[in-house]
Every structure is written in C-alpha cells, then in structure tokens.
Unconditional design. Structure first.
Ligand code: SAH
Length: 216
C-alpha cells in the first residue's frame, strides 16, 4: 500500500483543520498525522479519505469522521502502555491511531468480514492490537479491567457491564442517545469502586451499537 506525498499533503491539511476545530492534544494530532486514512477506505474512494467526514465501508457501517476520532481519542486521555478496549473495530482506523499512541489495545467487532479486512490492514501493529470477533456491548471481561474503554457506535443506554470493567481512575467514552442515529458523547470516570463521575460533550452521529446491551 502506498502513502504518496500527495496523500501526506492532504493529511497534514486535514490535521490542521482538526486543530482549528478545537482539537488540542498534540499526541493525538501527531498520531493522526502518521496514519494513512486512505488505506482504511474502500479502494475506489481513496481520494475522499482526507475530508473531515464519515464514509460507508460496507455492511451498513462507516469509518468515523476524523474530528470524531480525534475528539474521542482526546477524551479517553491515554498514555503509552495504557490498556484500552475499543468496541467497534470497523475499518480499523481508530485502532491504528490508538496503536500509534502506544496503547495496548483490545478491539472487538461484531461483523466478521469487517474484522478480517481490518486485521489485514493492522498487521504491522500485531504486537499492540488484539482483535476479537463478537458482541462488545457487554465489554470483554477476559482482559478487564481497562484504563479506558472507547465505544465507536451509538448506544441506547450506558451498559453497566462496561462501567464495571474500568480500573479505578479509568474512563469510558461512549455516544448515547434515545434515537438510533443521534447521540450525545458521555465520559464516565470511575473515581472509586462505587462512585462514577459523568460528563457530557455535545452531539454526534454514530451507527447503532447492536447486541445484548445495544439496539436489537
Ligand atoms: N472505529 C471504527 C468505527 C466503525 S463504525 C473506525 O475507525 O472505522 C462502528 C462499528 O461498530 C461497526 O463496524 C459495527 O459493526 C460495530 N459494532 C456495532 N455494534 C457492535 C457490538 N455490539 N460489538 C462489536 N462491534 C459492534
């Protein structure tokens, strides 16, 4: 796969656009500069990869908008070696950005062909990313607790099980809404065994989180 000067040029322009839209975390911006987003796009549409927009990737799913990826990545507030669970691998783009930040990532995806394609694209990160096929609406208890959980699909409510899988001090970032295609971004921080802080960060549009604790 190629990453030509023309791609790099468009990518730098996109990242400075994100900065103008209010993304401030330098590590996040630098990580996004390193990930060729066009690799995660359907072949014939690579030329659209450096617009700040979501795009269909088949199976009724989308690659998230770059601004949304930056926003959620900034909110989970991770460091090198943080243990992170991503729910909704999709194209693999968000996973690549997290791997570039140096986290140890577990990423779970419901749609098998999407996971297989993402696995192919993420092969160079195989020491950093473990991909899992299944329903992530109840998290993934096998590797819990996590420093951070990032949900990249819209949930009807905040699944309790996800809160339980956070370390003390851990953060859950999840879009939640009573409609399938419109959500508010929440960050839940686990302050102690039983106390959770809840913050809200504005409106977003995600594809629905399906599964047991998602939309049916
Ligand atoms: N992070 C992705 C965004 C993909 S869109 C990216 O960077 O491209 C959200 C993804 O969540 C879709 O691929 C969808 O199949 C997946 N998804 C929805 N419900 C899920 C569930 N319960 N468990 C795992 N994945 C789920």
């Amino acid at each position: 796969m190629l990453d030509l000067p023309v791609h790099k040029g468009r990518r730098l322009k996109l990242i400075s656009e994100l900065e103008h839209k209010g993304i401030q975390n330098k590590a996040v911006l630098e990580a996004m500069k390193r990930v060729p987003r066009h690799w995660y796009f359907p072949k014939d549409f690579e030329n659209l990869a450096y617009r700040d927009a979501a795009f269909p990737i088949g199976h009724d799913q989308t690659i998230s908008q770059p601004y949304t990826v930056a926003f959620q990545t900034q909110l989970i507030d991770v460091e090198v070696d943080s243990k992170v669970l991503e729910i909704g691998t999709g194209s693999g783009y968000q996973a690549a950005v997290l791997a570039e930040l140096g986290v140890q990532l577990y990423s779970i995806e419901y749609v098998k062909p999407l996971l297989q394609e993402a696995a192919r694209l993420l092969v160079s990160y195989r020491d950093k990313i473990k991909l899992i096929h299944g329903d992530g609406s109840k998290g993934y208890s096998k590797y819990a607790p996590y420093d951070a959980i990032i949900v990249t699909a819209g949930a009807p409510t905040i699944p309790q099980e996800l809160m339980k899988q956070l370390k003390i001090g851990g953060r859950l970032v999840i879009p939640v809404g009573t409609e399938r295609n419109s959500q508010e971004m929440f960050r839940i921080t686990r302050n102690s065994e039983t106390h959770f802080k809840r913050e809200k960060f504005g409106d977003f549009k995600f594809v629905p989180l399906v599964g047991k604790d998602g939309w049916l």
